[in-house]
Design a protein around this ligand. Structure first.
Ligand code: DGP
Length: 215
């Protein structure tokens, strides 16, 4: 099934969320290849985008090379999304779908888990573009901690991740799709492909781009 003529249709904004080591990054790259293989214009993005000036400050904080006040780093993460908003909108409107590894939900879940007021955390995210699909890769914090590479960055601590998981639960709504991140990789991939293809096709039918509202 090859599709080589999708450039006039609008692209889909697909967000993968989940705890650290839930497999978002691997699944993003599989989805990218899948949609590319079907002939859809698609890009893989991630937040934080550590390449921008703001992203470099975030990276330095995450790797414990700098210290920042909790509210300050929260606003930097949000600014990092805002600085990509117009490009994101242009891509979607020109027909490119975006597979985005983390978005505003990470912003709210991680900062709220530190004890910041959840409504305060939501406020700077309002008005970013609303995802067409949010997939939550669900993994027990204990299982994630057993996966390779865990523990290298500031937030990769079991007790903290348990807290983050609670906030993700609070943020999720009926529109989210949850996938068990402990299934074999191929099974996860299969489920994701179906969800994502449905979403891309419904956006092509003219679903408007809307703004994010976190209730
Ligand atoms: P990653 O590059 O996906 O491994 O993310 C780096 C870390 O930053 C990870 O522990 C999750 C956390 N994080 C991602 N986005 C945000 C955000 O917007 N706010 C906060 N406080 N943390 C975030």
């Amino acid at each position: 099934m090859e599709n080589n003529n999708h450039s006039a249709a609008r692209g889909a904004l697909i967000v993968l969320e989940g705890l650290d080591r839930s497999g978002k990054t691997s699944q993003s790259s599989k989805l990218l290849s899948y949609l590319e293989g079907l002939g859809y214009p698609v890009e893989s993005w991630r937040f934080p985008d550590r390449e921008t000036a703001v992203g470099k400050m975030i990276s330095s904080y995450l790797t414990n090379q700098s210290q920042l006040d909790d509210r300050t780093i929260h606003l930097l993460f949000s600014a990092n999304r805002w600085e990509k908003r117009s490009l994101m909108e242009a891509k979607l409107k020109s027909g490119t779908s975006l597979i985005v590894d983390r978005y505003s939900y990470s912003g709210v879940a991680f900062s709220s888990a530190k004890g910041l007021d959840i409504d305060w955390c939501k406020a700077p995210e309002m008005g970013l573009l609303a995802p067409d699909l949010v997939v939550y890769l669900d993994i027990l914090p204990e299982k994630a901690a057993e996966r390779g590479g865990y523990g290298g960055e500031r937030y990769e601590q079991l007790e903290f991740q348990k807290n983050v998981a609670q906030y993700y639960k609070m943020l999720s709504d009926a529109s989210w799709k949850t996938v068990n991140a402990c299934l074999p990789m191929e099974d996860i991939e299969k489920q994701l492909k179906e969800m994502v293809l449905d979403c891309v096709m419904s956006c092509q039918k003219g679903k408007p781009v809307s703004q994010l509202w976190l209730s």
